[in-house]
Design a binder for this molecule. Structure first.
Ligand code: GTP
Ligand code: SPV
Ligand code: MN
Length: 593
C-alpha cells in the first residue's frame, strides 16, 4: 500500500473493528515490559522465577489454538488458477465481505495496537515493510522479538516506503462479556487470508504463532514469495548457517526442512568434530537474491527465534538453551514447582508440574506436560553462536542448500545433486511426516512438501518450480549453490533412528564443505553422489557397518515406487516445468541401468 494511505487505512480499520483505544507502538523496552506486566495482572501470563529465568514469561493458549491452521489459511487471489492446486482459495469478492463482517466490532472493549515493522535488515534492497494492527498484546510482544519493529520503522514508512497492511484480531470482542486468558474464535470462524495482488493480509480468530505474528509466515513467506516471483528473489522456509573449518575458512549453508524437522537445531548446532564451528544467521526463513556477480545471496528477514520447545535440551541444543535463559516468552510449556519451565526432552524431568493446560501433572501421567508445539520466543541476539553477518543488509553468499524432511525409509542420510536442475528436482520431491506444528488429523503421515514450502507458497506451485529454474538464468553452473538431499530421520526395522543427529550432523556438514573445496570424495549412485564410509569423518562415533549401509541404502524398488508416486504428484499439479520430468526420467534410467 502507498504510504500516503497509511492514516486513512488505520482510521478505516479502526472504524471497522471498533477498538476502545488505539496505541501506536514505539517498540521500546518499557512498552514491552509494561504490556507483559499488564498481561500478568490480567491472568493471561505468568512471570517466571526471576532467579531461574529472569525477565521471562509463560503464556498458555486455548487448547483449540495451538498451531498454524492450514485448512483455514487462504490465498485469495483474484483468479483461482493463481492460487493453484495446493492452496485453499476463496474468491476475494466473497471472502472480503465475510471477513469484514467478522472484523466488524471485533476489537470492542480492547486496544488496537499499531505495529510498524520491517522484515529484513533496514536498507536491504529486498527488505519488506509492514504495519500490523492487532488486538493482542501477546502478539505485540512477540512481534517485537521476531521483527525489527518500532517508531523508527514508522518514520521510514512515512518518509515514502510502501508497506504491507496486516490486520489481525483474535476474534473475541468484549461486548459485555468478560475476557478469557487466551481469547480466540472457533475454528470455523478462523481465517488466515492473503490477498496477493493487493499485498494485503487479514487474519482473524487465532492468537498463535504463524497465524497471528503476521510478519512471519504470512508476510515473509506467502506474500514475499509472490513479491519475489515478480521482482526476482525467493522467499524460502530455510535456515541459514555459517560453517567455519579449523583453518578459519567459512561458508554459508541454507537448509529447507519442514516445520519441526530440525531447522533451528541445525542452525544452532554445536559440532561434535573438533575445530569446526557453526554460527547462526537465521533459523526459519531465508530470502535468496542475485547480485551483479550472478551469484546467489541470502538474508534472514527475521530478528528472533520462535522455536519448538519440546525436545530442546542442553544435550541436543546447547545454544538454544543458552539463548532462552532470560528475556524469553514461552507458550504452552509446563511450569515447575519453583516457577520455571519444563517440556518433554528437557534435561531433567520434575516429579510434579503444572501442564500447559494449567492442570496439575505428575511424572507418571500419560499425557505430556508440554504441548508438542510448545514454543519459545527470543531475540536472535541472545544466541551465543550468533554470526556477525545476521544483520548485514548485503546478505551472505550461499555455498550449499540442504533439502530434506522426516523419512523413516528410502531417503539416504545425504546425497549430492549432480547439478542445479537435479537439486531443484530433489527439492520438488521432498516428503515429510506431518508434525505437530500444524493442526492435523494426519500427524505422522508422509506428505509431499516441496522445499518445505507447501503451506507457504503464495501462488501456483508450478510457477514456484519455474521460479527456481529462472533463478539460475544468466549464472554459470559453478557459481550456483550445490544442493544436497539430507535425512536425519531414517529408522531401522525396530523403529529407532539410525543416525544420532543433532551435533553429529556436523560430520555431514564437513563432507559438504570439503566437497566444495574439492578435497572430499564421493561415489556416483543413480540418485546422486554419496560419501563412502571412508569419505565421512566418523571419528569418535560408534556407528556399525550395518547401520551405515542402512543409512545409505538405495532400495531400487522403493525408489521406483517413489518416482511413480512423484510422477502422479507432478501430474496432479498441472503443468510443472519439463525440467522436473527430465530429471525424473534421468534418475529412473540410472536406476534401471
Ligand atoms: P519450525 O520452527 O516448526 O519450523 O521447526 P524446525 O524445523 O526449526 O525444527 P526444530 O529444529 O525445532 O526441531 C524440531 C524437532 O526435531 C525437535 O523435537 C528436535 O529435537 C528434533 N530434531 C532436530 N534435529 C534433529 C536430528 O538431527 N535428529 C533427530 N532425531 N531429531 C531432531
Ligand atoms: C512453522 O510451523 O514452520 C513455524 C512455526 O515456524 S509458526 O510460526 O507457527 O508457523
Ligand atoms: Mn518454521
Amino acid at each position: 500500500m502507498d504510504y500516503r494511505k497509511l492514516n486513512e487505512w488505520i482510521t478505516e480499520m479502526a472504524n471497522l473493528c471498533k477498538p476502545d483505544r488505539i496505541h501506536f507502538c514505539d517498540g521500546s523496552q518499557d512498552e514491552y515490559n509494561r504490556l507483559l506486566e499488564e498481561q500478568v495482572r490480567a491472568n493471561k501470563a505468568i512471570r517466571l522465577n526471576p532467579d531461574k529465568r529472569p525477565s521471562s514469561y509463560a503464556f498458555f493458549s486455548d487448547p483449540s489454538d495451538v498451531a498454524r491452521v492450514e485448512n483455514r489459511t487462504f490465498i485469495s487471489s483474484v483468479l483461482e488458477e493463481n492460487a493453484g492446486p495446493t492452496n485453499n482459495w476463496i474468491d476475494p469478492k466473497i471472502l472480503k465481505p465475510k471477513m469484514e463482517k467478522l472484523f466488524s466490532g471485533a476489537m470492542k472493549g480492547r486496544t488496537m495496537y499499531v505495529i510498524p515493522f520491517v522484515m529484513g535488515p533496514v536498507g536491504a534492497t529486498i527488505a519488506q515493510y509492514g504495519i500490523q494492527l492487532t488486538d493482542s498484546p501477546y502478539v505485540v510482544c512477540n512481534m517485537r522479538i521476531m521483527t525489527r519493529m518500532g517508531e523508527h520503522i514508522l518514520d521510514i514508512i512515512e518518509s515514502g516506503k510502501d508497506f504491507v497492511p496486516c490486520l489481525h484480531s483474535v476474534g473475541y470482542p468484549l461486548d459485555g462479556r468478560p475476557d478469557v486468558p487466551w481469547p480466540s474464535a472457533p475454528i470455523e470462524d478462523k481465517y488466515i487470508a492473503h490477498f496477493p495482488e493487493e499485498r494485503l493480509i487479514w487474519s482473524y480468530g487465532s492468537g498463535y504463532g504463524g497465524n497471528a505474528l503476521l510478519g512471519k509466515k504470512c508476510l515473509a513467506l506467502r506474500v514475499a514469495s509472490k513479491i519475489g516471483r515478480e521482482e526476482g528473489f525467493m522467499a524460502e522456509h530455510m535456515l541459514i548457517l555459517k560453517l567455519t573449518n579449523p583453518e578459519g575458512k567459512s561458508k554459508f549453508i541454507l537448509g529447507a526442512f519442514p516445520s519441526a524437522c530440525g531447522k533451528t537445531n541445525l542452525a544452532m548446532l554445536l559440532p561434535t568434530i573438533p575445530g569446526w564451528r557453526v554460527e547462526t544467521v537465521g533459523d526459519d526463513i531465508a530470502w535468496i537474491f542475485k547480485k551483479d556477480d550472478g551469484k546467489l545471496y541470502a538474508i534472514n528477514p527475521e530478528k528472533g527465534f520462535f522455536g519448538v520447545a519440546k525436545g530442546t535440551s542442553y544435550k541436543t541444543n546447547y545454544n538454544a538453551m543458552k539463548s532462552i535463559e532470560k528475556n524469553t516468552i514461552f507458550t504452552n510449556v509446563a511450569i515447575t514447582e519453583d516457577n520455571d519451565v519444563y517440556w518433554e526432552g528437557m534435561d531433567e524431568t520434575p516429579i510434579k508440574a503444572m501442564n500447559w493446560k494449567k492442570q496439575p501433572w505428575t511424572i507418571t501421567d500419560r499425557e505430556p506436560a508440554a504441548h508438542p508445539n510448545s514454543r519459545f520466543t527470543v531475540s536472535i541476539e541472545q544466541a551465543p553462536n550468533l554470526a556477525k553477518e545476521y544483520d548485514d543488509k548485503e546478505g551472505v553468499l550461499i555455498s550449499a542448500i540442504l533439502v530434506g524432511g522426516r523419512r523413516a525409509s528410502t531417503i539416504p542420510l545425504v546425497t549430492e545433486a549432480y547439478d542445479f536442475n537435479h537439486g531443484v528436482f530433489m527439492g520438488s520431491m521432498m516428503g515429510s511426516e506431518i508434525t505437530a506444528a500444524q493442526i492435523s488429523n494426519d500427524i505422522g503421515k508422509v506428505r509431499r512438501d516441496p522445499f518445505a514450502m507447501l503451506p507457504f507458497i503464495g501462488y501456483h506451485i508450478k510457477d514456484y518450480f519455474q521460479h527456481w529454474f529462472d533463478m539460475k538464468q544468466g549464472t554459470k553452473e559453478e557459481d550456483l549453490p550445490k544442493i544436497y538431499y539430507v535425512n536425519w530421520f531414517r529408522k531401522n526395522d525396530k523403529g529407532e533412528f539410525l543416525w544420532p543427529g543433532f551435533g553429529d550432523n556436523s560430520r555431514i556438514l564437513k563432507w559438504i564443505f570439503e566437497r566444495q573445496e574439492g578435497t572430499r570424495k564421493g561415489i556416483e549412485t543413480p540418485i546422486g553422489i554419496m560419501p563412502r564410509k571412508e569419505d565421512l569423518d566418523l571419528s569418535g562415533l560408534k556407528l556399525t557397518d550395518e547401520a551405515f549401509d542402512e543409512l545409505f541404502k538405495v532400495d531400487k524398488n522403493a525408489w521406483m515406487d517413489e518416482l511413480d508416486d512423484l510422477y502422479r504428484y507432478y501430474q496432479s499439479l498441472g503443468e510443472v516445468p519439463q525440467e522436473l520430468y527430465d530429471e525424473l526420467i534421468k534418475v529412473k534410467e540410472r536406476l534401471l541401468k
